[in-house]
Design a protein around this ligand. Structure first.
Ligand code: ZN
Length: 204
């Protein structure tokens, strides 16, 4: 069922994220940049507000280089952090979707990835849709940054990993936000499972 947009609005573009090679490449490159840059920034921040805290969770060799644990316990804790990131990231999208649209989002599973999408009957104002996209990056980064002040030092490495994985996992959201910023703020967005439809005022 295809819903029609409000009076005066026409379809401007259909963005299918599965076939947008440029956006996919941009998301991968941005994700790689973030997975490197975010731990560096976080390590610097931890060093300022909790000096030495990160060292306690890390083992160092004789030259003082950091050895990151790869024994079973460590691997399981990294995996647990990854699952937490996936769940909380989508949960934040979903809750903000719900607040903004007033309708319950649908939750689905693609392979191992949980995704949340809005019902197709919802036409989002552009800026509200941008907030839905940006919310996990903004909120979960803030939570991770605050947790640095509260968590025991033994969990500091996992907190840094949490912030880094969430940031890298937000790369696709950020690319989508940059793409949507090229459209006027009066635009309306309808969510699809694998993309979105963009509506604007006037002629197509
Ligand atoms: Zn996301």
């Amino acid at each position: 069922m295809v819903e029609s947009p409000p009076e005066g609005y026409v379809e401007k573009a259909v963005v299918d994220l599965t076939s947008e090679q440029g956006m996919k490449l941009a998301a991968v490159l941005l994700g790689l940049a973030l997975i490197v840059a975010v731990p560096v920034a976080m390590a610097w921040y931890v060093d300022v507000v909790r000096p030495g805290a990160l060292d306690l969770g890390l083992t160092k060799d004789q030259e003082g280089s950091i050895i990151i644990g790869f024994d079973l316990g460590a691997m399981l804790s990294y995996l647990a952090v990854l699952v937490l990131v996936l769940v909380f990231h989508e949960l934040v999208h979903g809750v903000v979707f719900w607040r903004v649209s007033g309708e319950a989002p649908t939750v689905g599973l693609k392979g191992v990835f949980v995704y949340v999408s809005a019902p197709p009957s919802v036409f989002f104002q552009r800026d509200r849709y941008l907030w839905v996209g940006a919310a996990p990056m903004v909120l979960l980064t803030l939570v991770g940054v605050l947790l640095v002040l509260l968590l025991p030092a033994s969990l500091m490495l996992l907190d840094v990993l949490f912030v880094a994985l969430n940031a890298a996992g937000s790369a696709g959201d950020l690319v989508m936000i940059l793409m949507l910023l090229r459209y006027p703020s009066s635009s309306l967005i309808r969510d699809l499972d694998s993309g979105m439809v963009i509506y604007g005022l006037g002629a197509p």
